[in-house]
Design a protein around this ligand. Sequence first.
Ligand SMILES: Cc1cc2nc3c(=O)[nH]c(=O)nc-3n(C[C@H](O)[C@H](O)[C@H](O)COP(=O)(O)OP(=O)(O)OC[C@H]3O[C@@H](n4cnc5c(N)ncnc54)[C@H](O)[C@@H]3O)c2cc1C
Ligand SMILES: NC(=O)c1ccc[n+]([C@@H]2O[C@H](COP(=O)([O-])OP(=O)(O)OC[C@H]3O[C@@H](n4cnc5c(N)ncnc54)[C@H](O)[C@@H]3O)[C@@H](O)[C@H]2O)c1
Length: 477
Amino acid sequence: MQTLNVDLAVIGAGSAGLSAAAGAAQFGLSVVLYEKGKMGGDCLNYGCVPSKALLSAAKAAASVREAEKYGISAGAPQTDWQKVKAHIQSAIETIAPVDSQERFEGLGVTVIRETARFEDSKTLVSDSTRTVARRIVVATGSRAFVPPIEGLSEVPYLTNETIFDLPELPEHLIILGAGPIGMEMAQAFTRLGSKVTVVEKELALGRADPDHAAIAIDTLKEEGVTLLEGHKAVHVTGQGKSIHVRTERQDGSQTSVIEGSHLLVALGRRAVLDGLALDKGNVDHDETSIQVGDNLRSKSNGRVWALGDVAGREQFTHVAGWHASVFSRRAFFKQFTKANSLPIPAVTYTSPEVAQLGMTEAEATECYGEESVSAPSFPFSENDRAIAEGKTLGEAKLILRKGKLLGASIVGEGAGDILQLVSVAMSNGLDVKDLTNFISPYPTRAEVVKRAANAHFTDVLFGKNAKRLVGLLQRIP
Ligand SMILES: Cc1cc2nc3c(=O)[nH]c(=O)nc-3n(C[C@H](O)[C@H](O)[C@H](O)COP(=O)(O)OP(=O)(O)OC[C@H]3O[C@@H](n4cnc5c(N)ncnc54)[C@H](O)[C@@H]3O)c2cc1C
Ligand SMILES: NC(=O)c1ccc[n+]([C@@H]2O[C@H](COP(=O)([O-])OP(=O)(O)OC[C@H]3O[C@@H](n4cnc5c(N)ncnc54)[C@H](O)[C@@H]3O)[C@@H](O)[C@H]2O)c1
């Protein structure tokens, strides 16, 4: 067993751990990085990258289906699942070198491909190496939460770790949960030719603006997804390619049984804490996360930081990267950046995309009262680029309080990209006026943001007072 003394030890080579390790190594600090599985973690291997690659194949199938509308005859699309999987694999392999052991060793990081656990409050240990570290980052991520639904543990269910490797395209995929994973996978598999039924105990895309979620949900239904909202999965039976899911209404009033060939569990994520011996490290935690404040530092052991999904906050790759940035700024530059210093965007990559930033209209109204909150909006159906492309579904909505940006929601083609404009504005203290004071190239979809901002000033700009003022000013030669 070798013993190392370093400035920083990191557990987990996913989005959070890699960013923290790369930053520290590039600042000239000594870094050890432990990874028990694949370099790149969930996002690269079982999350964002394979899901977005799958969605792009599904989008290609949808484009073939709607080609007729543009005067192009193409016939019905045929899915070659093995080739779809090859496309997914090629996306992963193209990105993999950026997250690889070789790249990190090149940056000067000592990479140990073993499981790490705490030995004491400043020491980690794995099969081959004991590391005494000045600071320790726990970035062990999350895995699919599999609740104790009766019978579930006895059937062959899929999670995000197995669905992209299926030997064949499912005939009828039942999905438990209509969060981002459930809805993205529902649309992808429907477009590729599977029958899909989604079971959701509350509302689909429940964290998004309800009007905007409804636009995406209606599209999925029109494309053939069967969505059972308000249905809780309570019992699962079956084997091989015959799976039965019994659902119940929340009040127990109505039950239904769905039969499918495959079952995907997408019921949320749980932090990976097992095997870490957190108690030996004096790191307080509960079953869902390590206990940290807005500084992401353990409340019980100031040497330890929790970044990414394991911190029990928003679970996104961009959040994991931001956490690493908060850590670097605080630990190495003694700044006071907090995890909540910037608004967090959340995008579900269905077609249309559903993009959310900061507060929803309902949250803002609850917080500040209806009279002080406004929500100017602009529809894609009046955006010339959307019209030219025949994709006019959607809307941009800004959430304002006295001209101050509290949030935004955009649903439509490219909503995630368009939202960045508002994200820059909010993150840098700009207000709604600033979103009117730039030249937006024509014709672009992102013009909807400027038009929604303009809508906030319509009454003032074209009202009585403005007319009077312009009239007066006309007297000046
Ligand atoms: C299907 C799906 C789609 C998603 N799509 C998106 C998306 O489009 N956009 C987005 O922003 N987010 C998306 N996410 C979420 C995103 O993948 C996660 O938020 C992100 O990967 C979290 O990064 P992390 O570094 O916290 O954890 P992870 O990426 O999970 O990395 C943790 C690493 O720690 C390792 N590890 C754990 N315990 C130990 C130990 N004891 N010793 C050594 N190593 C250990 C694990 O093997 C793993 O590699 C998606 C997730 C899923 C499941
Ligand atoms: N595009 C993206 O950025 C993206 C994509 C996928 C995942 N993610 C991340 O991964 C996280 C997890 O996603 P997720 O979709 O698994 O979880 P989620 O928590 O967002 O959604 C799970 C859904 O399952 C429902 N549910 C729970 N128990 C149920 C039961 N017994 N029967 C029926 N429905 C039940 C819940 O009401 C909820 O709507 C997301 O919150 C997000 O942070 C992000």
